[in-house]
Design a protein around this ligand. Structure first.
Ligand SMILES: [Fe+2]
Ligand SMILES: [Fe+2]
Length: 227
């Protein structure tokens, strides 16, 4: 468990620097020391429509909460949440030009279903346009739509925060997923993947191989009633 020692009744109110556990608090980075979110959000708001911007904030706060619950990096989770859809609302022409400029290689599935491109391109733009140079954040943005087998904690957090954030349409599966995700993230990831594949199949859309492999991988965390 945590090494943080809370102030006692006796010590509270005295010199805060003398409180037990203060060293840890002093050294811990705070959200706004990490990146200039005022600047990032201002820029992002110009690139997203209002609905997508709201969704992104919902994903950011949900991701931060999931990181708190699962011992992840809250600041990286929040940052990846803010930026995960940064390439979502680009015009086709601008999107294609940026892919070319930054050598973003596209798969056959991505070319056939261009909505998938925003994840790969967004991972690059987080660094190039928003100054967030962090491989873990880039990877979480990269896989937020499809998922992949054996995801990192941050990847799982962004993948599932995207699905459960408060602004999402009230899908039938959401109450169960939201009720378990803070204690059983892997099972929740499986349920999200399963629902996503059912939805794509129902719409007759191609399933990205990363999603299929991810679903096969996370099935090991399912309960009997989930299968
Ligand atoms: Fe997205
Ligand atoms: Fe999203």
């Amino acid at each position: 468990m945590s090494d943080i020692i809370l102030p006692t009744k006796e010590s509270y109110g005295k010199d805060p620097l003398a409180l037990p556990g203060t060293d840890i608090l002093k050294d811990a980075p705070s959200l706004n020391d990490s990146y200039d979110f005022v600047k990032i959000k201002k820029k992002l708001a110009k690139k997203l429509d209002a609905k997508r911007y709201e969704h992104s904030m919902g994903v950011a706060y949900t991701a931060a909460a999931l990181a708190m619950a699962h011992g992840g990096d809250m600041i990286k989770a929040y940052t990846a949440g803010v930026l995960h859809d940064c390439a979502k609302c680009l015009e086709d022409k601008e999107r294609d030009e940026l892919c070319k400029k930054y050598n973003v290689e596209l798969t056959k599935t991505e070319i056939e279903h261009p909505y998938l491109i925003h994840a790969k391109l967004g991972a690059v733009l987080a660094k190039e346009k928003y100054g967030v140079d962090d491989a873990e954040i880039a990877s979480a943005i990269r896989y937020h739509t499809t998922g992949r087998p054996d995801m990192t904690l941050l990847e799982k957090i962004i993948f599932s925060a995207d699905f459960i954030e408060p602004g999402r349409k009230p899908l039938l599966c959401l109450p169960l997923i939201r009720s378990i995700i803070f204690t059983d993230l892997d099972r929740a990831v499986y349920l999200i993947l399963k629902q996503t594949l059912i939805h794509l199949e129902h719409k007759g859309q191609t399933i990205d191989e990363n999603s299929q492999f991810a679903c096969d991988f996370y099935r090991r965390y399912a309960k009997e009633e989930d299968l």
